[in-house]
Write a protein that binds this ligand. Structure first.
Ligand SMILES: *Cc1c(COP(=O)(O)O)cnc(C)c1O
Length: 389
C-alpha cells in the first residue's frame, strides 16, 4: 500500500526534470509536454525568469505575514490590475481558494443589499474546484457523490442558454451573482460565445448581479488574450485565476472592480500563505514575461496553427468530430470515448489528457514552436487512427 492517500489515478511514469516543452522521466526518456501540468507551466518548464525570481526571493525572504506590508504582493497586484483592467486583488494559494473568495464576496454583496439567503447561478458541466463550496458550484454529479450535504446557495443553469439564466435570475429574487467559465476546461472545452457572454453581462447589469468569471484555466495568456474576457468584449465584476499565474508555484487570485472591489474588509477573509513573497515573485516574473514577450498573442497564433494542422490531419478520420476551445486551450472532440488515449500518448512520448470522456485536451506551453506543434499533431493523428482498429 502506498504512503500516499489514494486520491489520484496515476500513469506509471515519474519525471525528474524539464526544459521548455520537454520533460524527462527517471529512465532518461524525453516527452513532449502538451499539457503543461494542466495549463500551469505556460512559460514551459524551468523558465529562466521564474527560476531567477524564486531563487533570488528564496535567498532573501520566503514568508512574512499578511499582518505586514508585502512589497512583492503589491507589485503583483499592480501588474495584474494593469493587465486586467480590474481594480484590486485578493491572493490565495490555489484556484479553488480564489473561487471561495469570489463566492464569499458575492454573498456579502447580497447581504449588503438585504438578501438574507443569497444564491449564485452556476452552469452545467462547470468546474470550480474541490472544496465544499466550489464542489457544489461544480456541475458534475459524479465528483459530488458521497460528499453531501453540499452547500446551499447555488442554482444550476444550462451553459450557453441565456434565456434559461435570465428566467432563473428573474424568478429568484435572492440571486446575487452569475459565475461561469469562458471555456469549460474540465467540462469538455465547451466555449462561451461573445453573444452569450455579452448577454450574461447585460443580465447582470439589468438585475444588479455580480458577473464572476472563473479564468483559473483560461487566464494568463492561455486563450490568446491575457484574460479570455478581453477577446469577448466584456468586463466582469469579479475574475479568478490561478493555474498559469505561478508557472508551478502555487498561487491564486481573485480580482474585483467597481462595486465588487470594496466589499471584503479587514476580518472578512484571509489566508496565512496567500500572496507571500515567494509566490508573488513567481507571479511577477510570469506576468512580466507574458507581457514583454507577447505570449498571449503567441498563444492565439500558435492556437490557429495547431487548429489548422489538426483539422487537416484529422479531416478524414472517422472518429474525429470537431475542435473546441480558444487559443492554446484546444479540445479534440471524438465521436466515441477514448479512455486509453492518455496512456497510449505517453507510450508515444506525448503528454495530454482527456476530459468529459471523449475530448482530448491540449494545453501546451505558450512558447511551443511550430515544429513541436507539428510533432503533437502527427502523434495525435496516429493515436486517433489507431482507435479504428
Ligand atoms: C483547476 C481549476 C479550478 C481549481 O483549481 P485548484 O488550483 O485545483 O484548486 C477551478 N476552476 C477552474 C476553471 C479550473 O480549471
Amino acid at each position: 500500500m502506498s504512503a500516499i492517500m489514494n486520491t489520484y489515478g496515476r500513469l506509471p511514469v515519474t519525471f525528474t526534470s524539464g526544459q521548455g516543452c520537454w520533460i524527462t522521466d527517471t529512465e532518461g526518456r524525453r516527452y513532449l509536454d502538451a499539457l503543461s501540468g494542466i495549463a500551469v507551466c505556460g512559460l514551459g518548464h524551468a523558465h529562466p525568469a521564474v527560476t531567477a525570481a524564486i531563487t533570488e526571493q528564496a535567498a532573501n525572504l520566503i514568508h512574512t505575514s499578511n499582518m505586514y506590508g508585502i512589497a512583492r504582493q503589491q507589485e503583483l497586484a499592480e501588474a495584474l490590475t494593469r493587465v486586467s483592467g480590474m481594480e484590486n486583488v485578493f491572493f490565495s494559494n490555489s484556484g479553488a481558494e480564489a473561487n471561495e473568495a469570489a463566492i464569499k464576496l458575492a454573498r456579502k454583496y447580497g447581504h449588503q443589499k438585504g438578501v438574507s439567503e443569497p444564491a449564485i447561478i452556476v452552469m452545467t458541466k462547470a468546474f470550480h474546484g474541490r472544496t465544499l463550496a466550489t464542489l457544489t458550484a461544480t456541475g458534475n454529479p459524479k465528483v459530488q457523490e458521497g460528499f453531501g450535504p453540499l452547500v446551499p446557495g447555488f442554482i444550476r443553469a444550462p451553459f450557453m442558454d441565456l434565456a434559461a439564466a435570465s428566467a432563473i435570475a428573474k424568478a429568484n429574487s435572492n440571486v446575487v451573482a452569475i459565475m461561469l467559465e469562458p471555456v469549460q476546461g474540465e467540462g469538455g472545452l465547451a466555449t462561451a460565445s461573445p453573444e452569450y457572454i455579452a448577454g450574461i453581462r447585460a443580465l447582470c447589469d439589468e438585475l444588479g448581479l455580480l458577473m464572476i468569471l472563473d479564468e483559473i484555466q483560461t487566464g494568463n495568456g492561455r486563450t490568446g488574450t491575457y484574460f479570455c474576457y478581453q477577446q469577448l468584449g466584456v468586463m466582469p465584476d469579479v475574475v479568478t485565476t490561478a493555474k498559469g499565474l505561478g508557472n508551478g508555484v502555487p498561487i491564486g487570485a481573485c480580482l474585483a472592480r467597481g462595486k465588487a472591489s470594496g466589499i471584503l474588509q479587514p476580518g472578512n477573509h484571509g489566508s496565512t500563505y496567500g500572496g507571500n513573497p515567494l509566490a508573488c515573485a513567481a507571479g511577477v516574473a510570469v506576468v512580466n514575461t507574458i507581457v514583454s514577450e507577447n505570449l498571449s498573442a503567441r498563444a492565439a497564433q500558435m492556437g490557429d496553427y495547431l487548429r489548422n494542422a489538426l483539422n487537416e490531419a484529422l479531416q478524414n478520420e472517422p472518429q474525429f468530430d470537431c475542435l473546441r476551445g480558444r487559443g492554446l486551450m484546444i479540445g479534440v472532440v471524438l465521436k466515441k470515448e477514448c479512455p486509453g488515449i492518455m496512456a497510449a500518448a505517453l507510450e508515444q512520448g506525448l503528454l495530454l489528457n482527456v476530459t468529459a470522456g471523449n475530448v482530448i485536451r491540449l494545453l501546451p506551453p505558450l512558447t511551443i514552436t511550430e515544429s513541436e506543434a507539428d510533432q503533437v499533431v502527427s502523434t495525435l493523428a496516429t493515436l486517433i487512427a489507431a482507435l479504428n482498429e
